[in-house]
Design a protein around this ligand. Sequence first.
Ligand code: GAR
Length: 207
Amino acid sequence: MALRCAVFASGGGSNFQALIDRKNAGDLDAEFVLFVGNNSSAAAFDKARTASIPTLHIAPSHFESESLYAKKLLESLEEYNVELIVLAGYMRKLPSEVVLRYHHRIVNIHPGLLPAFGGKGMYGSHVHDAVIEYGAKVSGITIHFVDEEYDHGPIIAQITVPVMDSDDSHALAERVLTVEHGNYWKAIQAIACGRIRIEGRRVFGNV
Ligand code: GAR
């Protein structure tokens, strides 16, 4: 049975598209049953519609309180029998009610090597700017489970890329994105196949 996934994204959705392509190629035993976005003009919405995936536009500002926002999110996830939440360039912190209900069932991809260059405000190009400014010689991606702290949950996989002397944040982002596209689906497939085991902070199993 395919793993029922909801994908959350805020922007262009190139990671989302890469996952759809892998599923269509028959490499990924997942079904994308719901797309959730906080920004209605995000290109990721078009990608969901093109792939005939139901969409939900929802943001905390639509609600009087965080708990009403969490309630609506949880109702939607339950309505679609979501088994795994896949954050693919989602720039909002999920409400703790959702994180607790989906304990070890939410994954995120971060465009840097955690625990460096992570935390509040460290997303997208901010990460690449910080890596270059710091003078790091390697960067990469981190695929991890989500807990209540930013960029903190147990790490499933990390892959490095070099930082070149000539890099600006755009060039580094491109190199990192290519590695994201080539690897996020593998982590989701490992979860779908039951190959992943978690003990405390440590995640075992081949991705
Ligand atoms: C990706 O690089 C992803 O790792 C990053 O945003 C980009 C989204 O690109 N995510 C974060 O920074 C989350 N903290 P995409 O919309 O083209 O997939």
